[in-house]
Design a protein. Structure first.
Length: 304
């Protein structure tokens, strides 16, 4: 892989700017027969809590035009399973690791972050933005003062750099970004899913049991690109951009809007080779355009 794709993000070095979006790639085990995990910029794990979570009742997924709705509810086996099973596997595969952390309360987030302090993890992505968890997370992600508070609390105990995952379900995304920057965040990731709903007209009821779910996929990409661009102009910390990326061109849009790194999510479900193909595409782009480095285009699109 070309050195021209190697990047620095939040003080850590990654071989390229492409990772996976939390909740769409498991912890890499399910996809390792399709993707060389060492080739990825990093593997971002599914959200992990201090104890196992069962998640929401089924049905929890519904297809939409240009995307999907999900209300999984952050089902996960807990941090102990991550440490005992998933992290050793990822290290064996020479993958860089971003752990997504979730919780209902400040204390739960802190418990997970403290438990991961001595683990060989590159970054912590703190999920304060899931629209499918009725307690904790989304409140932190919608109130600037709470977002700043949880960021400060996590940073006090974290041994790894911390990136805060922001919700698009707010009036002003830049206000939230500034709040977590003020709290000491080393970076931000955005966007998480957009709250949506689907009605099953044949059954005359909600298509998913949770009533609402998080909408993801190509249908959200224009919103995500716009929000990344806004945040890039509002904060000085780096941005991990995501939301509907399914091709090299999509990834380039996010980089040009100001993201330093990108995450592929929903595309993994229908094209498990998407991440690898995008990395190859970025390498071709750098060569074709005669760039010194992929960072040459980060934030290149600006109002003049």
């Amino acid at each position: 892989m070309s050195e021209k794709l190697r990047i620095q993000f939040a003080g850590k070095t990654f071989p390229n700017p492409v990772t996976t979006a939390s909740g769409t790639f498991g912890s890499g085990l399910e996809y390792s027969e399709f993707v060389d995990l060492e080739k990825l910029g990093a593997v971002t794990t599914k959200g992990v809590a201090n104890v196992p979570w069962e998640g929401n009742p089924v049905p929890r997924i519904a297809e939409t035009h240009g995307g999907m709705l999900n209300a999984i509810g952050l089902q996960n086996p807990g941090v102990e399973t991550l440490i005992e099973r998933d992290l050793p596997y990822l290290r064996e595969k020479n993958a860089r690791i971003i752990v997504n952390v979730c919780g209902h309360s400040k204390e739960e987030y802190i418990e997970v972050v403290e438990r991961l302090a001595d683990e060989a993890v590159d970054l912590l992505e703190i999920n304060i933005s899931c629209p499918n968890v009725k307690e904790g997370g989304i409140a932190f992600g919608q109130k600037p003062e709470m977002a700043e508070e949880i960021t400060k609390a996590v940073k006090r105990v974290a041994k790894q750099p911390v990136i805060m995952k922001l919700s698009p379900n707010v009036t002003d995304i830049t206000e939230m970004a500034r709040a977590v920057e003020a709290g000491g965040a080393d970076g931000v990731s955005l966007i998480n899913t957009i709250t949506g709903m689907k009605i099953d007209v044949a059954r005359k009821t909600f298509a998913i049991a949770n009533q609402t779910g998080g909408m993801s996929g190509p249908c959200v990409k224009p919103v995500a690109v716009r929000m990344v661009y806004q945040v890039a102009g509002a904060v000085k910390i780096p941005i991990l951009g995501m939301g509907g990326i399914q091709s090299t061109e999509d990834a380039l849009e996010f980089l040009m809007a100001g993201a330093s790194m990108v995450a592929v999510g929903t595309a993994n479900f229908y094209n498990p080779l998407a991440t690898s193909q995008i990395i190859d595409g970025l390498e071709d782009y750098v060569r074709r355009e005669g760039l010194n480095h992929i960072t040459d285009i980060v934030g290149c699109v600006k109002v003049v």
